[in-house]
Ligand binder design. Structure first.
Ligand SMILES: C[S@@+](CC[C@H](N)C(=O)[O-])C[C@H]1O[C@@H](n2cnc3c(N)ncnc32)[C@H](O)[C@@H]1O
Length: 574
């Protein structure tokens, strides 16, 4: 796009904000934009992906799993996309979750989650452990959110379609980490989606900032003492960013801004330095510690896992060090230009708030390869007493006994008691499926809990509070339907499995023409010897997990040399 297409009012606001940097900022609109994917480490290690990547990629400096790809590539048109190996994401949009600092086992809320870019990133950080609650108040957008979580194979997410005020009672003080990726005026989207410019004229920044103010206050109530809250937008207007945070701090004395660094200035040279150092260390580590073991017969898979692990650890260490080096360069510290905005009267915010806001992060499109983002990392400064009280409380937390409002047949809303299937529905077909098709012999796994809404079975994460009256779209990983004494496994179930989880698989290579035909929903010819079974006593006939290069893409039902296609119509390759 050209800078001349930008709304005049927007340009004059940016002049107030950026001063001498305005030209560089506007020039960035004439540059080609950066394209990114984020690797799904629930399914594939970074090193394995880099070896298999169908496109040339380079690292996004501020996101551990982020990669740039070149314009002209079509990552959405590759079987790996259908296997959920990556999410196509604008690179600067990868920064908020990176700064949320999620660890496996935590309770995390993504309050404004659709279509799920950041939810899938959080899920990968959780590595299947802990609880991820994702919410969006827009019922149509929630459908895309569910689909993306399913494609990513996320098993520990609960999807809600609620107004945040209705979540306050059940989730008061519940979450360790909360992300508010707020609805905003979208100024950072002008280059990516030109339609946003027309919307920007109509939707006032003021309207968005009122919404954001409310969301921040609501999220604060759901955060545990000592918890971390990340607020992000893809807009540049300070009314929706710095001012929003300053106002929040002035009404929430128990919150502070956490000083974080983003390497928006990190240049290729530093990046290369980091990559070389990582490579060298991996080789050293391999030589010293693992070479002997590898020679002792460890196979390639184990080898890859070790090098993934070393790579992650060393990468983190080096990244931290380089972040230290760039302190004071790559973020908005000490640049209070927003206070010069015409609407900002002197003394509108306390000195504490103004000083703290200097530690929020701006990713600018003229300084890095990305469209731009604002990120504020906030911490609830819980006292030790409050923290121990929260621990006692969480130990006493009851498991879910949720009710769900789902549209029943005929569109009527009905309440279904969770954990018990509909009267007359037996769980035996689901259990039999688990015994036959899963190596673990059971579904759900020990850390999950079976929840039924009518005929539909889910594996829910443990440790949620009572959710009575909350609109639940998915109480967990959707397993499938129990109908007339049969179990019909869902596509979400297939996507939540790894090839090694299943006892009967058909693994096709991407080069095999049948892959695209499978993804288009066609019936395939598959010879019996291609149906791989753990145990020769297990027949070839029946459900098989269909994989591409070892990654699950869906179900098929094999019989007499033919594979009946179970790939859902809404997911097909077009
Ligand atoms: C910037 S988008 C979120 C993008 C998402 N985090 C991602 O990475 O894919 C903001 C979302 O907030 C939702 N939203 C707007 N107002 C909301 C509210 N009051 N409560 C919850 N969600 C809201 C919108 O429907 C929209 O999907």
């Amino acid at each position: 796009m050209s800078r001349s297409e930008l709304p005049e009012l927007f340009v004059s606001k940016m002049k107030d904000l950026l001063g001498g940097e305005l030209k560089e900022f506007l020039d960035s609109y004439e540059q080609p934009r950066a394209f990114g994917i984020r690797v799904n480490t629930l399914k594939v290690g970074m090193n394995e992906f880099l070896e298999k990547s169908p496109f040339a990629v380079t690292s996004v400096p501020w996101a551990a799993e982020g990669l740039y790809y070149e314009e002209g590539e079509r990552p959405g048109k590759h079987p790996y996309y259908h296997a959920g190996l990556y999410y196509i994401q604008e690179p600067s949009a990868m920064s908020p979750v990176e700064l949320l600092d999620v660890h496996p086992g935590e309770r995390v809320l993504d309050l404004c989650a659709a279509p799920g870019g950041k939810s899938t990133q959080i899920a990968a950080k959780l590595q299947g452990r802990g609880v991820l609650v994702v919410n969006d108040n827009h019922s149509d957008r929630v459908k895309a959110l569910v689909k993306n979580l399913e494609l990513f194979g996320v098993r520990n997410a609960v999807v809600l379609n609620e107004k945040p005020e209705r979540m306050l009672a059940p989730f008061a003080g519940f979450f360790d980490k909360i992300l508010i990726d707020a609805p905003c005026s979208g100024e950072g989207m002008f280059r990516k989606e030109e339609g946003m410019m027309a919307q920007w004229e109509r939707h006032s920044v003021t309207e968005c900032s009122l919404m954001q103010h409310e969301l921040l206050g609501q999220a604060a109530q759901m955060l545990a003492p000592g918890g971390r809250l990340v607020y992000s937008t893809c807009t540049f207007s300070p009314e929706e960013n710095e001012a929003q945070i300053a106002e929040f701090l002035d009404s929430h004395e128990d919150f502070e801004v956490v000083r974080v660094f983003v390497n928006d200035e990190m240049n290729d040279e530093v990046n290369d330095e980091m990559n070389n150092e990582v490579k060298g260390k991996i080789n050293d580590g391999m030589n010293d510690e693992f070479k002997g073991k590898i020679n002792d017969g460890m196979n390639d898979e184990v080898n890859d896992k070790i090098s993934d692990k070393i790579s992650d650890e060393i990468r983190d260490e080096i990244r931290d060090r380089i972040k230290g080096k760039s302190a004071g360069v790559g973020f908005s510290s000490g640049r209070p230009d927003w206070l010069r905005m015409p609407w900002c009267s002197e003394g509108a915010y306390s000195a504490r708030a103004v000083a703290a806001v200097a530690d929020t992060v701006r990713l600018w499109p003229h300084r890095l390869k990305g469209e731009g983002h604002f990120v504020a990392v906030l911490r609830q400064t819980g006292t030790a007493a409050a923290l121990s009280a929260a621990v006692v409380e969480s130990a006493a937390a009851q498991p879910v006994a949720a009710t769900s409002k789902r549209s029943g047949r005929g569109g009527a809303l009905r309440e279904a008691r969770a954990a018990a299937p509909q009267a007359g529905v037996s769980l035996e077909p689901l259990q039999a499926f688990g015994r036959e098709l899963l190596r673990s012999g059971r579904v759900p796994e020990a850390a999950e809990r079976l929840v039924c809404f009518g005929e539909h079975a889910y594996a829910a994460p443990e440790g949620l509070p009572e959710l009575n009256g909350v609109k639940i779209v998915r109480p967990g990983w959707y397993l499938g339907a129990l109908h007339r004494g049969r179990f019909q496994p869902s596509h979400a179930m297939a996507m939540g499995l790894l090839m090694e989880d299943a006892t009967r698989t058909i693994n096709l290579l991407t080069s095999d023409g049948r892959v695209i035909r499978y993804l288009k929903g066609e019936t395939l010819e598959v010879a019996e010897h291609e149906v791989v079974r753990d145990d020769p006593a297990l027949g070839a006939r029946g459900y098989c997990l269909i994989c591409v290069d070892g990654f699950a893409v869906g179900w098929g039902k094999w019989s007499e040399g033919m594979l009946k296609n179970e790939y859902p119509s809404g997911w097909r390759w077009t």
